[in-house]
Structure formats: structure tokens, C-alpha cells
Design a protein around this ligand. Structure first.
Ligand code: CTP
Ligand code: MG
Length: 233
């Protein structure tokens, strides 16, 4: 059997509602480049990928003007209503050329600050693992559980010692992830990352500790922060 290959999936079909910009946040610029281009180039140039599938919004009008559109390693497909729909659509598009046991690395278009050491540690840790896993950062703040009052009051302090923030990339086998997403969506489970779909299928993804500066650009103040982090990497 040939060694499983590694494919990159970039969900980029969101509209960036919380960013409140005139265009989807992946098409805002940092140092003159689209965030989407920075993200894709950083990942593609840091590991050996068989190819890359980017899920785009049906109303996307910016993609043809990106650097990535001119990159021969990159293909596109139509995304869906939720992030999970977009990822599943990309996996379905990939399954024409990729094997069920091939690895898929899913990485948010809105996370341009991924450090290549984190990517290297994730792939090295998981390469022989049956399930796969994700980059995650230990929770640093003290966590409070609230009641439903307005304003809310503290009911208890949550033990944070075994709590992690799920980041991307998340790395799973193509076939298993496809099935897990299909079942989760059919069952109406809200899945906000690949790991939760795999968890619903009864498997236990591995947590690989990653840098906390692998931020997802979400609100306007994240843009300057991402620019600063990128300047330090
Ligand atoms: N995404 C996607 N398809 C969707 C929704 C999101 O491919 N239907 C992608 C986004 O483009 C982003 C990643 O998933 O790269 C993470 O999602 P999020 O940060 O929530 O982005 P948006 O959904 O665009 O932002 P918001 O939730 O503020 O609208
Ligand atoms: Mg969203």
C-alpha cells in the first residue's frame, strides 16, 4: 500500500458577520495581501501536500483576483450554509482524487498566523495515529459558570486544568471525516469543528498543544493583532 497522502482543506465560504467589514474577512488585507492568500501560502509552503481544496461562497467575487487562484496546487469548490457544510463539500470534491485513508488537514481561512513549528508537530505526532487530532491551547483564564440573571452572577468556578481551546489545523482521515460530518449533520448535531464530528462518531482525537497566537480573525480588533503577530513570526 502506498503511504497515505496529505491534503489541505481551507473553509473560506463564510461572510465574516462579526468583522463588520465591507467584504468577507478573508479578503481584508494585511501588508497589502489578502488574509486568505497569507493563510494558504503559509500552510502550503510548510508541509508536503498532495493538493489543496478551498471552499468558496457562491457569491464570492474576490477569489479570481487572489494569488492562490494562480497557484497550480489549489482547487476550489462551492461551500455551504455552515462551516461543516463547506468542509464536507471540499472533502466530497477531494474524494475524486484522494483515498479514504489519506490525511486531510482542515485549516480556517481566517487563521493566517499559524506557525510552521505547530504544523510540523501536528503532522509528526499524528502521522501513524488511527484517528487524528487537532492543535489546541490550554485555557489560561479562570473560568466562571454563570446563572441566567441579567446581569449574570457567578454560580461556580470551573476547573480549567483539563480545558483546551480548539484551534486549527485539525487532521483526520478523509473517509472517516466525511462519514462523521455526514452523520453529525443528518443528526442535527451542531458541529463547529472537525473534532466534534469525529467525537460524535465515538472516536477520541488527540490534542496537540499549539501556540495561543494562532488566532482566528473574528472581530475588528483582531486585524491589527494578526498584523503584529505575523510581524513576529
Ligand atoms: N466558513 C465556511 N463556510 C461557512 C461558514 C464559515 O467555509 N458557511 C469558514 C470561514 O470562511 C472561516 C472559517 O470557516 O474561514 C471559520 O469560521 P468563522 O470564523 O465563523 O468565519 P465566518 O463565518 O465568516 O464569520 P462570522 O461567524 O463572524 O460570520
Ligand atoms: Mg461563522
Amino acid at each position: 500500500m502506498t503511504h497515505p497522502r496529505l491534503w489541505l482543506v481551507i473553509p473560506a465560504a463564510g461572510i465574516g458577520q462579526r468583522m463588520k467589514a465591507e467584504c468577507p474577512k478573508q479578503y481584508l488585507r494585511l501588508n497589502g495581501r489578502y488574509i486568505l492568500d497569507i493563510t494558504i501560502a503559509r500552510v502550503l509552503d510548510s508541509a508536503s501536500f498532495a493538493g489543496c481544496m478551498v471552499a468558496l461562497n457562491a457569491r464570492d467575487q474576490w477569489w479570481p483576483g487572489t494569488e492562490s487562484a494562480a497557484d497550480g496546487r489549489v482547487r476550489t469548490c462551492a461551500g455551504g450554509k455552515e462551516r461543516a457544510d463547506s468542509v464536507l463539500s471540499a472533502l466530497n470534491a477531494l474524494s475524486d482524487v484522494a483515498g479514504a485513508d489519506d490525511w486531510v488537514l482542515v485549516h480556517d481561512a481566517a487563521r493566517p498566523c499559524l506557525h510552521q513549528d505547530d504544523l510540523g508537530r501536528l503532522t509528526a505526532t499524528l502521522k501513524d495515529h488511527p484517528v487524528g487530532g487537532l492543535l489546541a491551547a490550554p485555557v489560561a483564564d479562570t473560568l466562571k459558570q454563570s446563572d441566567e440573571a441579567q446581569p449574570p452572577a457567578v454560580v461556580s468556578t470551573v476547573d480549567r486544568r483539563r480545558l483546551w481551546r480548539a484551534l486549527t489545523p485539525q487532521m483526520f482521515r478523509l473517509g472517516a471525516l466525511q462519514q462523521a460530518l455526514e452523520s453529525s449533520l443528518a443528526a442535527g448535531h451542531g458541529v463547529t469543528d472537525e473534532s466534534s464530528a469525529i467525537e460524535f462518531s465515538g472516536k477520541m482525537p488527540v490534542l496537540v498543544e499549539g501556540r495561543s497566537d494562532n488566532i482566528k480573525i473574528t472581530v475588528p480588533s483582531d486585524l491589527a493583532l494578526a498584523g503584529f503577530i505575523l510581524g513576529q513570526l
